[in-house]
Write a protein that binds this ligand. Sequence first.
Ligand code: NAP
Length: 320
Amino acid sequence: MTWSIADVPDLSGRTALVTGASGGIGRETARVLAAYGAHVVLACRSAERGRAVAEWAGGSTEVLELDLASLDSVRRAAARVRDRHRRLDLLVNNAGVMFPSYRRTADGFEAHFGVNHLGHFALTGLLLDLMTGVPGSRVVTVGSLAHRAGFGRLDADRARSGAGRRSVTAYGRSKLANLLFARELRRRLTVAGAATLSLAAHPGLSPTALWHGDPPALLRPVVAAGMRWLAQPPEAAALPSLRAATDPRVPDGCLGPAQRFGCRGAPVPARSSRAARDTEVQARLWELSEELTGVRYAFASAPAPGEPAVGVCPVTGARG
Ligand SMILES: NC(=O)c1ccc[n+]([C@@H]2O[C@H](COP(=O)([O-])OP(=O)(O)OC[C@H]3O[C@@H](n4cnc5c(N)ncnc54)[C@H](OP(=O)(O)O)[C@@H]3O)[C@@H](O)[C@H]2O)c1
C-alpha cells in the first residue's frame, strides 16, 4: 500500500527538532510534524527566517539558532535544547549545502563535509541522551542519490581540504557520510539496547534553494533537464523523511521515492550503494568524526520495564 501524508499518526506530546527548517524540504517536514501535533524546534541559521516559518507553519513551534558550519554554534544550540527540553522524540538531520559560496567551515572543514555531516554528527551526539530512553524516538538523517558520486577516502586531510566548493564528488562524499553515519548509529543504538532508531531518507530530486549554489558549468544543462522531467515539489520530497520519522512499521535502512530512478513518487525502501553499506568504513568514519568534532558518544540503554530512564551525558559520561 502506498504511504502518504494521511498515514502520519497523531504526534501530540512529542517533541521534534528539524535542522534546515527555514526552507525547502525541512520547512515542509517541520510544517507537517507540527500539523500532526508535535512541538517542533525549528533549527535555522537565521532566527528571522525561522520566525517566518513558525508563523507560516502554525501549530506549536520554537526557533533555535543553529549554524552547522560552526561547532561552537552547534554546542550552543544543543545546550539551549537541553535547557528547555527533558526529552526529544524526533531529530531530523535535514539541513544541507551544495556548491556553497564558501570553501571551509568556521572550524576549517571542507564545506559540504563540515555542514552536511560533521555538524549533524556533533549535534546528534550532544542531544542523543535526551532520546535513548524515549520509546519510539528516532534520528532521521537526510541523504541523497548523489551519495553514489562520493568517491575516495574519507580521511582527515580530505575533511580539511579546501578543494570541494564546486565539486559533485565532495557533495556526494558528504551525502555518503550521512548514510554511513545513519547505519553506524543504528548499529550502536541496537548494541546499547537503546529505544531510539536511526534511519536514513532521501528526497529524490526537488527544485529547492539547494540548487541555487554555484554548480560546475557542465552540470547546469543536466540539472535543468532533470528538474523538468524528474523533480517533485518539496511537499512530496519531504515524504521519505516524514515516513522515516513517523511510520510505526518503518522498514530498516533508507527510504526514498519509488519512481523515475528514485527521483519522485511515494516513499519506499531505497537501495544504498555498496560503499554506504561497508561496515568497516562506517566504523572508521565514526572514529574520524569523533576526533574531528571532539564529540564522543556515550549510549544510554533503554530502561528495563518499571525502571526510570537514565540519561548519560555524551560529553562527560555523567549519569543523571
Ligand atoms: N532538493 C533536492 O533535489 C535534494 C536532493 C537530494 C538530497 N537533498 C537533501 O535534502 C536536504 C534539504 O535540502 P533542500 O533541497 O530542502 O535545500 P534548501 O531548500 O537549500 O534547504 C537547505 C536548508 O539547510 C539550511 N542550511 C544550509 N546551511 C546551513 C548551516 N550551515 N547551518 C544550518 N542550516 C543550514 C538552509 O538554511 P538557510 O535558509 O539559512 O540557507 C535551509 O534551511 C539536504 O540535506 C539536501 O542535501 C535535496
